[in-house]
Design a protein around this ligand. Sequence first.
Ligand SMILES: Cc1ncc(COP(=O)(O)O)c(C=O)c1O
Length: 472
Amino acid sequence: MVWLQMNAPAKAGLTCRGAQVRGPDVRDHLGRFSGQRCRLADTCVTEAAAFVREIAQKQAISRAHANCGCAGSGVAAREGRETIACVTEAPAPFTVPFAPPDLGAAESDEVQRTLASGWLTTGPRVRRFEQEFAAYVGAPHALAVNSCSAALHLSLLAAGIGPGDEVVTTPLTFCATANMVVHCGATPIFADIDRATWNLDPAATEAALTARTRAIIPVHYGGRAADMGRFAAIARPRGLTLIQDAAHAIGAVYEGQRIGAIGDFTCFSFHATKNLTTGEGGMVTTSDAAAVQRMRMASLHGLDRDAWARYAPGGRTDYQVQMAGFKYNMMDLQAAIGLHQLARLDDILARRTAIAARYDAAFSSLPLRRSAALDAGMVHAHHLYPVCVDRTIAGMTRDELQQRLRALGICTSVHFPVLHLQPFYRSRYGFTPGMFPVAEAVADQILSLPISPALTDDAIDRVIEAMHECFR
Ligand SMILES: Cc1ncc(COP(=O)(O)O)c(C=O)c1O
């Protein structure tokens, strides 16, 4: 809902349903008017949001010119001061948030104990978290860092990726996947997605390989494992490194093995919305003992020993800088949360699976498309619950459905606008619409519905009811 706050009958106009509404009519048009705060009718929300932005811009201009007395700012200043003293955009809170974190007493008690211990940065809790995480996914080694982006960057560097190299990945991903390739001085190459799974298409990947290709980054989109068998068959004979972006995929299983146990490097995210959260954070797993040692050093400035090794009882405080490293280390404060999230990860995943199953059943009668059913031996981590809104079938666009759900208090999100059409990628690499048609079509239609173990059955009922109401 949009609120306007006025101190006089508004002279400025507001467009609603294509008609200009001016002067005092603006107030008449509002759904409710109490004192100086006016609540707009639902139908006006989009137009009002544009109106609010326009006025805010005028106010900013008048503020910027407050002391110069320039005539050009007069109109903006008058409108800003005289007609609408204060314009606020204060949408009513969502009744169902998109992905609230699921944190319990165990996490907050451990944080309290960490604070009381006096050791906040990388130390014994991070080491324990790494060991327990590696054991959970079935990987020989794990390195905790402060984000999945850091994990991707360190993995690419450990694989020796640098200027002149090419790395193939999906355009249906968050920008961090390809940004990290750019940070290595290498070139991200996109290949289209599979239309049934929405993951990177192995055949398109193979077609995108050149003599300069050094690595492939499959993304386990939404928590659904990419086709790692086919990627291994493409990568191994050519000596390419397989780096998995598993930001969404803690808990996913590929052919009986947890994601994290296979491939050269697997990178996880513990961002606030993820299946396992530490607020911000990440982990990289690998079977390469030498690589994990180099990555550990690179994650803390290139020092040969971290602070815990230097200041724990019996440690030596001196250090040597062995490389120009980064500040990517995880704190014990984050690991304190992660340890307890990991301890109940199976419950967290079971709740996500149950929510997804309820949505599957409830939406089977709606004109929506979902990704294909899983093959045997696979487990979906259900980080996202995306549906595809094809206007020719649904009778509305994805954006229209999102607006309707918004008006009903349901928060949704889009994962993702295609990466190759983002301004940086267009201008640096010359990508244009139509280059990856499957990803582009999916990205135009896809909508992620609320999913989190912290959402109650009532909240999930509200999403289901709202979806049915939108299609009535
Ligand atoms: C697919 C994907 N990769 C990488 C990232 C980056 O994760 P982080 O925020 O932990 O760096 C995200 C974040 O949401 C993501 O969705």
